[in-house]
Write a protein of this length. Structure first.
Length: 526
């Protein structure tokens, strides 16, 4: 919009008029040179890297490595073995059985690479101890899932890709060339400066606006006739170094490079921005002359010269000649609103605005990852605190025979182990293996009921189970306190589904109590 307003003002004739060729040697093209140099310096800059994913990568990979080391069924070993494979190349194994999506496999790979490098460290060994705490493992899984979602969002922002696209627009604005990429030929064979720079005779080689370096050379290159040119000196004091004439099939790359170096000295940019690009375009538009001369032949001209400039823009100081470029009228109609390089700069400006918005979103993701790191630290503290609480060990009662212990030890499936009242599965993260042990709590309770030797004044020698009906069961008391209760069994008691006379003092296992406490703590964290 700002550029369009400037164009309308220029059309109204309020901007600067053409500079007389006789003033060229006085440095009268310096303002033009500064205006186009500001744009060239911007186009020659690198897009600033204000934010990268590196800030969060370490935290995310640490979370995934910890999560993977606690995975069941040797999943971690399988992922490490296939860490360089694509998800479609997985062979038979735990990873393939899980059927991971491409995104999930990418997360596993990143975690596995860190795990492979640090699997012998004390920290990961400490985390592996959580396998005996199913509730804590569940909470770690939740943290890992959130980390995967945040990484997916971060990847979708594609900051690096957006920077590359902006850079591509800037390069096109500065150095698009009409012939070979390694040469800057202003006038191809059969052409000359007036034809190529100003459109003399409507020649097809007229390429004003193809790039900023093309237009700068047209403005400041040495003239063709009259012995020497003053146009270089008119642009800047040091613009005459390596400055050559524009001749057919002549490579003017050295001339362009020197002029661009002078631009950087005169118009340094610093970090580029969308606002900076639009401001530089507006300043350039103010130097475009309005149509002038008896035949209004000079239209959208940038530089100096007389009414017949299109035919005579050879860079010399004759009053009828001049230096610069004459843009095509069609460049300023329709949706283009300027030469080709100006379109590329506007595209870069628009994408820079989008990049700033994406970088703001990336900072939000970074903050969310930091919150996950705090949650992980809290989980670590909870895990260590749980390990520091001494757990009383129970000696297996003398009346529990070795036969019962061996009966549990023979079971190698979690489901079968849990069906046995006097057995317990000790590794919740595994479903097979030698993890079925004697449940000493249940065995001791059964022994008490059968022998009637409880510590709270229980029933006589045959225990509560001797009563076959509810009244007799509930009448077994010590003073006002009931020794027996008619109820179904609790965890660890024999025949838990059957209502029968049982010890009224049976207490839920410590495992159940810790589960309740742990769940309450996690609710506070999340």
């Amino acid at each position: 919009m700002r550029d369009a307003i400037v164009i309308l003002i220029a059309a109204a004739g309020t901007l600067c008029e053409l500079v007389s060729a006789s003033e060229t040697e006085k440095g009268a093209l310096q303002e033009h040179f500064h205006a186009i140099c500001r744009l060239a310096s911007i186009a020659d800059e690198r897009v600033p890297v204000r934010h990268t994913a590196a800030a969060t990568a370490d935290t995310l990979e640490r979370i995934w490595a910890i999560n993977l080391t606690l995975a069941p069924n040797k999943l971690a070993e399988d992922v490490i073995a296939n860490v360089d494979q694509g998800v479609g190349s997985l062979k038979e194994g735990p990873a393939l059985k899980m059927k991971p999506s491409p995104n999930t496999w990418l997360v596993w790979q990143r975690g596995a690479k860190l795990l492979k490098a640090k699997q012998d460290t004390d920290e990961l060994k400490q985390w592996q101890r959580l396998k005996g705490s199913p509730d804590l493992v569940t909470q770690l899984r939740a943290i890992a899932k959130k980390a995967a979602r945040l990484e997916q969002i971060q990847r979708s922002l594609d900051l690096a890709g957006n920077r590359e696209r902006i850079q591509s627009h800037l390069i096109k604005a500065l150095r698009t060339r009409q012939t070979k990429e390694d040469m800057l030929v202003i006038a191809p064979r059969g052409s000359d400066r007036p034809k190529a720079c100003c459109g003399h005779g409507g020649h097809p080689s007229h390429n004003a606006g193809i790039s900023l370096e093309f237009d700068i050379v047209c403005l400041c290159a040495t003239g063709v006739t009259n012995g020497e040119s003053k146009s270089a000196a008119a642009c800047c004091p040091n613009c005459n170094a390596n400055n050559n004439k524009i001749a057919a099939d002549t490579d003017l790359k050295a001339t362009a490079n020197n002029l661009l170096n002078q631009c950087k000295k005169l118009e340094p940019t610093g970090n580029i921005s969308s606002a900076g690009i639009h401001a530089a375009i507006a300043a350039f538009m103010q130097k475009l002359a309005t149509p002038t001369g008896a035949d209004k032949a000079v239209n959208y001209h940038f530089g100096n010269g007389g009414a017949s400039f299109k035919d005579n823009c050879d860079g010399d100081t004759d009053v009828t000649k001049g230096a610069g470029v004459n843009y095509k009228q069609t460049d300023f109609t329709g949706n283009t609103k300027g030469p080709k390089w100006m379109y590329e700069l506007r595209q870069a400006a628009d994408k820079l605005s989008q990049l700033e918005s994406l970088e703001t979103q990336a900072k939000i993701v970074e903050s969310a990852v930091e919150e996950l790191n705090i949650s992980l630290t809290a989980l670590w503290d909870l895990a260590n605190a749980a390990r520091e609480i001494p757990t009383p060990t129970r000696a297996v009662p003398a009346h529990v025979s070795e036969e019962k212990k061996l009966e549990c030890a023979k079971v190698e499936k979690a489901a079968d182990c849990r069906k046995k009242p006097l057995c317990k599965w000790t590794k919740e993260t595994e479903e097979t293996g030698k993890y079925c042990d004697l449940n000493t709590t249940a065995a001791e309770q059964q022994a008490k009921e059968q022998a009637g030797t409880g510590a709270t004044g229980e029933a006589a020698s045959t225990g509560c189970s001797r009563y076959q009906n509810k009244p007799d069961c509930e009448n077994d008391k010590t003073g006002d306190r009931k020794n027996c209760a008619w109820r179904k069994g609790k965890e660890g008691e024999p025949q838990p589904e059957k209502e029968m006379c049982r010890n009224s003092s049976f207490i839920a296992s410590k495992k159940f109590a810790l589960t309740v406490v742990s769940t309450a703590f996690v609710a506070l964290l999340f």
